[in-house]
Design a protein around this ligand. Structure first.
Ligand code: KG4
Ligand code: ZN
Length: 346
């Protein structure tokens, strides 16, 4: 079967088709550039851009791959969490398409998309510990099975991606600065600075990154005429601090739950140094480390299409009485927002 996945939770319009017969993904992402000059995503501009791009993107994917819209068997879309206006665009287009083509519609939690993105092309045994590090969220989750999750901890303030972007901005890098900051860090010298590692000693699994950002901000304010090398040194120590925190929380979650499978996903999981450090941790401690393919790290429709397929197998196939648009999934953050969304757009 062919599942169309639609992702519009933030500033990426992601369209994909997962073909379960050949286990193949066709994927297209449009990343909105307009926000860079504002230093962050402007919600109104994001929704307007989704509206402009979403149908042309769907049409071009179908045309390029010679697929008719009548070949699509099901639609999965991001129902939340995310920017409300952006989500509404994806929801409206998905609902209209599902209604006109008379095919099931499955709302997907964006974080579940990230969480399961590495299993699109790999077999990973349950249970595993999932670490989601994205622009909007930082969560550590015990994944017992598909749809059966225990959130062990999350950020109590900024997400990791947000911290990367804010520190990047302090160093004069355009939004989203995470990737460019990590490129500066490559040329940074270790131990030129010592930044805090918030909550690293706390036994719980929560994270806090806003104090770290403020600490960096104060350091930068006290440097007169900051030069390129100094920027690299700051970026290096910031990245080191984030990595230490992520490694430490992940190790304790693995140990305390007696699990030796760790999945790291979300936009920040594209970071080379993070991948290197987690892979080393895995080798040293005999832990299996899994990352999504790079193009699946950032927001995309492929992960939504794939999770849609998993939900379809689990719910629709078994229960023919389930009416479309009325799929309930067992997890805390599932569908809270999508239900709100239904009420708004019905
Ligand atoms: O998952 P994602 O595409 O969107 C959300 O769901 O939020 O994550 C985007 C975040 C941004 O904060 C971006 O700066 C960060 O991922 N990011 C990176 C890297 N590539 C993307 N952060 C650090 N290093 C990178 N290489
Ligand atoms: Zn995301």
């Amino acid at each position: 079967m062919k599942i169309l996945g639609i992702e519009t939770s933030c500033d990426e319009t992601g369209i994909a088709i997962y073909d379960s017969t050949v286990k193949k993904i066709l994927n297209k992402v449009y990343s909105q550039k307009i926000h860079s000059k504002y230093g962050g995503v402007v919600p109104e501009l994001a929704s307007r851009n989704h509206l402009k791009k979403i149908l042309p993107l769907i049409k071009s994917l179908l045309n390029e791959k010679n697929i008719s819209k009548y070949d699509i068997n099901c639609i999965a879309y991001t129902a939340g969490p995310g920017l409300f206006g952006s989500l509404v665009i994806g929801a409206c287009i998905s609902k209209s398409l599902s209604y006109s083509l008379n095919i099931p519609l499955i709302p997907i939690n964006h974080l579940e998309g990230h969480l399961l993105s590495p299993i699109i092309d790999k077999i990973i045994n349950f249970p595993f510990i999932g670490l989601i590090i994205s622009g909007g969220h930082t969560q550590i989750i015990k994944v017992n099975n598909i749809g059966n999750y225990n959130i062990l901890g999350e950020s109590i303030d900024d997400s990791v991606g947000e911290a990367f972007d804010k520190v990047a901005r302090l160093l004069g890098i355009e939004y989203p600065g995470g990737r460019k900051l990590s490129m500066l860090a490559k040329y940074g010298v270790n131990n030129k600075y010592k930044f805090p590692r918030p909550l690293i000693k706390n036994k719980k699994y929560n994270f806090s990154f806003s104090g770290l950002k403020t600490f960096v901000s104060n350091i930068i304010k006290n440097i007169k005429n900051i030069d390129y090398q100094e920027k690299c040194n700051i970026a290096k120590e910031f990245e080191n601090s984030v990595i230490d925190i992520l490694l430490s929380k992940s190790i304790s979650a693995l140990k305390n739950n007696n699990i030796n499978n760790l999945v790291i996903s979300g936009g920040v999981s594209a970071n080379t140094e993070i991948r290197k450090n987690f892979n080393n941790l895995g080798k040293k401690n005999n832990i299996k480390i899994w990352f999504p393919k790079l193009y699946l790290s950032k927001d995309n429709g492929a992960m939504i299409a794939y999770v849609g397929y998993l939900k379809y197998i689990k719910y629709f196939k078994k229960n023919k009485n389930l009416i479309k648009n009325n799929l309930y999934i067992n997890s805390r953050w599932d569908l809270e927002l999508s239900e709100l969304l239904y009420k708004k757009i019905k």
